[in-house]
Design a protein around this ligand. Sequence first.
Ligand code: UDP
Ligand code: MN
Length: 320
Amino acid sequence: MEMFNNLEMRIKRFVIWFFGLSILIIIYKLSIIESDVEKLQFLKETLFLNKEQLQLSHHQLLLVEHLYQNKVGGGLPTIYAITPTYYRHVQKAELTRISQTLALVPNIHWVVVEDSEEKTDLVRRILNDSNIIFTHLNAKTPPFEQLKDKDPRWKKHRGVEQRNAGLKWLRDHLKVNEDKGVVYFMDDDNTYSIKLFKEISKVKRVGVWPVGLVGGLNAELPILDEKTGKVIGYKSGWKPDRPFAIDMAGFAINLDLILTKLQANFSYKMEHGLQESEFLSFFTTKENLEPLASNCTEVYVWHTRTEKPKINGLIPDLEV
Ligand code: UDP
Ligand code: MN
């Protein structure tokens, strides 16, 4: 009897010690995490409190907030926006317009790819002035694929070389399962609401939404099944039966998918007007698309085109 009591006592003591120790370890771990987060929070608050002395811009403060949220977890994924751009009279105006939209987006990394032999000072200056995290690249369209002045726009693919160069940069510099992000193809002449970037931040695999002023209608948009909420087709004034009747501006793809499907690139061999369809087919099917922008009922991006200005003379030494 006494022996049995003794054993019971020992077991009880063991259980008490075991739980006691476990609780102590958990408290210790929590205290480390907390002090790390507290340090970051302290740093962030110091920057915010002294923003005038440090001359921090609104966008720099947004960036600090984004980096802080990333560290504490639950922050927004980085949006890698790939923008092909080429020299013409309206280039500076276009890039100024979209860089100032992007300055209001905290979680952006702008990948600008010039269609040129070398990077230009014009683009370099816009990027440096923008306060945006950016990567500046160049990739020239080969002459035989280049659109001639009198060619209709649909005759050649545009942006192929540059989008591929952007994809290559992501694949060379980012790591699967480590870098949290979404990839978006952002042409330099469209008009983007900052609300669009909140939607892009929600993308899990491949997200889609309406695009205004394209495809022969006032908007091109995915049609959703009323019961399941899934994409079952597209409203478009041009080939609505394409595998994905979606403009380049109407979808975004999870970074891990881009980093693992290495064969997914743009090509001059793709049929005209089917670049988007062929590219998306590497990643997903219609049924698996994620409809965004309030179930595709809101337009947050417009396929605007800037009229080519008639210019009869140039003012010397003036960058316009
Ligand atoms: N683009 C380019 N080189 C060119 C023509 C176009 O880099 O020779 C870029 C352009 O700046 C834009 C994208 O490719 O970001 C798509 O071109 P565009 O807007 O002319 O095409 P569309 O809107 O007519 O499809
Ligand atoms: Mn365009």
